[in-house]
Design a protein around this ligand. Structure first.
Ligand code: HEC
Length: 126
């Protein structure tokens, strides 16, 4: 009886450790994005001058709602621009985006990507 209780306690501790590692792993690897900032709008307008805050926000909305129907939020920094171009062609069809939605989400993804990957002074990194 004592032995069984000892084993149960061990299993409980092991289970708790596995759960904690799982949560920590998820927290460290999960990718998230925030609403586009004025700084990101400037990056977008640098490339596509006619971009406005509304269309960039629309791209953000599409990315965070319609592009997460089948899988989690994809890390925009994990793919090159060339990879994004071909992936987006495929995914826009899967998400049934119209031309405007596709263009907005493309601009949002490439802007966010540039923003995340651009070198900044070490002090400015959070
Ligand atoms: C109908 C389901 C569905 C929707 C909606 C969808 N995807 Fe996907 N996505 C998939 C599947 C399935 C895969 C993995 C197989 C593949 O690469 O085709 C995938 C893979 C990916 C990948 C990884 C590609 C790689 O080469 O590793 C990226 C990035 C991606 N999707 C982005 C998006 C974006 C951005 C959107 C919104 C425009 C989107 N997905 C919407 C189903 C979907």
């Amino acid at each position: 009886m004592k032995k069984i209780r000892h084993l149960q306690a061990k299993l409980l501790v092991a289970g708790a450790v596995i759960a904690l590692v799982g949560v920590a792993w998820y927290q460290l690897t999960a990718f998230s994005v925030a609403e586009p900032t004025p700084a990101e709008l400037l990056i977008a307008q640098n490339r596509w001058p006619e971009t406005d805050a509304d269309s960039l926000y629309d791209g953000y909305k599409t990315f965070t709602t319609r592009c997460t129907k089948c899988h989690g939020l994809k890390n925009v920094g994990r793919f090159t621009e060339t990879e994004w171009a071909s992936t987006l062609n495929k995914m826009a069809k899967k998400a049934k985006l119209n031309e405007e939605e596709k263009e907005n989400v493309k601009r949002y993804i490439l802007t966010e990507r540039e923003y995340l990957l651009s070198p900044r002074p070490a002090k400015a990194r959070i």
